[in-house]
Design a protein. Structure first.
Lengths: 122, 133
């Protein structure tokens, strides 16, 4: 024990230098570790950003597809409905035209519709 | 009736083939007159039907555009909210780690210190016991 003490008293400079060296190495190690954590965090953030962008593209694509399908379907339904309305109206009009053309009072009706005077035959 | 009597009025009459025309004008066949009458009678209904059709088509198209813009807004909002959250998280991390911990704050230092202190205390205890003998 006393030998160790004598050695320490004699080599205190080396001992101190060793301790300071170890502290220096520890400091550099800690700094590098902190830098690594910052870079890891940056990478993690970029990955999250990329995922958000990818999700947005996917959501937009799916949503647009759904809206397009719904719109096409709605337009087709409306077209069929209105085609039927127009067809029914056309049919009704044809029947009406046939009916009035066969009647005797077409001229009177036309005059009334036009706001003209109907002239009776002598 | 003389023609001059009807000169200033709109006139319509019904004639048969061979009848004398009571005034100067345009003679239409029954079918043509009936078609004209039908066109007049149904013009409003046809116009309403066409209007209703165009309105419904326009409504569907504009609703689709509105849905598309709403979707874009929702997607962009979600994306930007997410990015802001990521930025906030990163800023917080950088604020917490803007400098490395001091050497005396690290676990490694205190571990090394404990080992050295343990060796020192043991040595000192041994030395003290040796002196007491």
């Amino acid at each position: 024990m006393s030998t160790m003490w004598l050695w320490l008293k004699e080599k205190w400079k080396i001992t101190l230098a060793a301790i300071l060296g170890l502290l220096g190495i520890l400091s550099v190690f800690l700094r590098l570790r902190a830098q690594k954590a910052v870079l890891q965090k940056a990478n993690e953030s970029h990955e999250k950003d990329n995922k958000l962008n990818d999700d947005a593209i996917k959501d937009l694509s799916e949503g647009m597809g759904k809206i397009n399908s719904e719109t096409v379907e709605a337009l087709e339904t409306a077209r069929v409905k209105h085609d039927k309305v127009e067809s029914d109206l056309e049919k009704e009009k044809k029947e009406f035209v046939k009916e009035v053309s066969e009647g005797d009072d077409l001229a009177r009706k036309l005059a009334e519709e036009l706001g003209a005077k109907y002239v009776e035959k002598d | 009736m003389p023609v001059s009597v009807y000169a200033e009025e709109g006139l319509v009459t019904q004639v048969k083939k061979g009848d004398a025309a009571p005034f100067t004008g345009v003679l239409l066949s029954n079918d043509t007159a009936a078609k004209l009458f039908g066109d007049i009678k149904y013009s409003k209904k046809e116009c309403d039907a066409r209007l209703s059709k165009e309105l419904e088509f326009s409504k569907i198209k504009f609703e689709s555009l509105l849905k598309t813009e709403q979707l874009k807004f929702d997607v962009e909002k979600k994306r930007l909210d997410g990015m802001i959250a990521v930025r906030d998280d990163r800023i917080k991390f950088l604020e917490d780690n803007y400098r490395p911990p001091a050497w005396y704050e690290s676990g490694e230092f205190w571990f090394a210190f404990g080992v050295v202190a343990g060796i020192g205390i043991t040595t000192a205890a041994g030395y003290a016991i040796g002196q007491a003998k």
